[in-house]
Write a protein that binds this ligand. Sequence first.
Ligand code: FES
Length: 146
Amino acid sequence: MENFEPVIVAYCCHYCAYTAADMAGSMRLRYPANVKIIRVPCTGKVDAIHIMKALEKGADGVYVAGCLEGDCHFKNGNTRAARRLAYVKKLLDDIGIGGERVEMFLMSAGMGERFAQTASDFTEKIRTLGPNPVKAALGEAKRAVG
Ligand code: FES
């Protein structure tokens, strides 16, 4: 697992985290290239199935980054997303994948440093956890089928 480079999917709200990622770039802050950003109009649009699909398709970790509490442009999209995340975490714990592979972060558009730090910290956390066990299981299943 020494050379393990995790694949991270980050669902980022257009109004905050995505702009914060832009700002991090403008500030020339470095964050791992492992993080693949998917822009969403609001974290409230991220459903449990999107997170599960990302893990099924090979992501080692997934996070959702939304507006600060009270700042969601669609009133309560971020709180709905937080509830879904809690559900997915429990589901992943129950099936043995581990809920710590998914996380939610809140930030404002001006928090470029927080975006870069979050991306780095989460990547390190997933690197420590190791590869997503679903990938190995799917690989074995494909080999068994031929
Ligand atoms: Fe950013 Fe809803 S608009 S989380």
